[in-house]
Write a protein that binds this ligand. Structure first.
Ligand code: ATP
Length: 281
């Protein structure tokens, strides 16, 4: 069975500066992991700022090319995706969710337009009924509906609601994989769990695999099936989430965990009920 995603010895080096001040940064160094296509999971990439998480995420999304190594989606090397048609097909299967929902949307553009555009672009929807039906179905997966979002501008929503719309937009093409780069770090702390729980629902109810990128061990512990911990571009620890976080062995992971565990425990004990997706209209 072909893997959904394979990251094979992926590395990325950035070079900046001129002839005399050349500066080389090894952002990602020889990262290996794979996600099966048989069972959806939440795979988490943990690391502090500058550890290479976002670069790795961009390589998985095919917006940054590895300097060496390769990334395969359903067995196909992303480097071979060149035509517009192939790129659209790939983007329909692998969708991003970014950190800041306020930056993801133009403040002057109504939110429903983003969903309609995704329906036309990725699903080939042409009629108004089809476009609206797809938008509504995606919004219902995150506990919203088109009636609640139609005609509204970004400033009319809270950060948490906006991030749910951003997730809904990513869900329009029914992707197999969502790559979520720090999706809750800009969200009010009281709403974070709602978003994090949503990823669990996507996995369990809608069969979507999630690559969840975070520096936050508490949410990682709560939702991840497996994880890798990155430091300076390298994977320093990997495995089933609970096993790694309950008994970290690398000095960096131990340090990370000691810094946040008391908060994580308190938070875990106070988890709110999981939000339910709404049935289709
Ligand atoms: N386009 C670029 N040009 C040069 N260096 C870069 C570029 N993008 C990232 N880097 C460098 O690569 C390293 C890894 O950055 P990256 O953004 O992937 O880490 P991160 O773990 O996602 O950090 P953060 O959470 O702060 O975004 C950093 O040292 C960063 O400065």
């Amino acid at each position: 069975m072909t893997a959904l995603l394979e990251v094979r010895q992926a590395s990325k080096t950035y070079t900046s500066g001129g002839l005399f001040g050349r500066h080389v940064v090894r952002a990602v160094a020889g990262v290996d992991f794979s996600l099966t296509s048989e069972r959806p999971e939440v795979f988490t990439i943990i690391g502090e700022s500058g550890s290479g998480k976002s670069t790795l995420a961009r390589m998985i999304l095919n917006s940054v090319q590895p300097s060496s190594g390769s990334i395969l989606f359903r067995g196909r090397d992303l480097a071979t995706i060149r035509s517009r048609r192939d790129r659209l097909a790939f983007m329909g299967e692998v969708q991003p969710v970014f950190q800041n929902p306020f930056e993801a949307f133009n403040p002057l553009k109504r939110l429903d337009r983003y969903l309609y555009l995704a329906a036309r672009r990725f699903c080939g929807a042409r009629t108004r009924a089809d476009v609206e039906g797809l938008a509504d179905a995606a919004l219902r997966k995150v506990g919203l509906s088109l009636a609640e979002v139609r005609g509204r501008f970004p400033h009319e929503m809270s950060g948490g609601q906006l991030q749910r719309v951003a997730i809904a937009r990513a869900l329009v093409p029914e992707p197999a994989l969502v790559v979520a780069d720090e999706p809750v770090s800009m969200i009010d702390a009281s709403l974070r769990m709602t978003i994090v729980n949503m990823f669990r629902t996507l996995r369990d109810t809608f069969g979507v695999s999630i690559v969840y990128i975070t520096h936050d061990l508490a949410t990682a512990y709560y939702i991840s099936d497996r994880l890798i911990i990155m430091e300076k571009g390298e994977v320093v620890e990997s495995g089933p989430a609970r096993a790694v976080l309950d008994a970290p062995s690398h000095p960096y992971s131990i340090k990370l965990l000691q810094a946040v565990l008391p908060v994580g425990n308190a938070w875990r004990d106070e988890m709110p009920a999981e939000p339910r997706p709404q049935p289709a209209a």
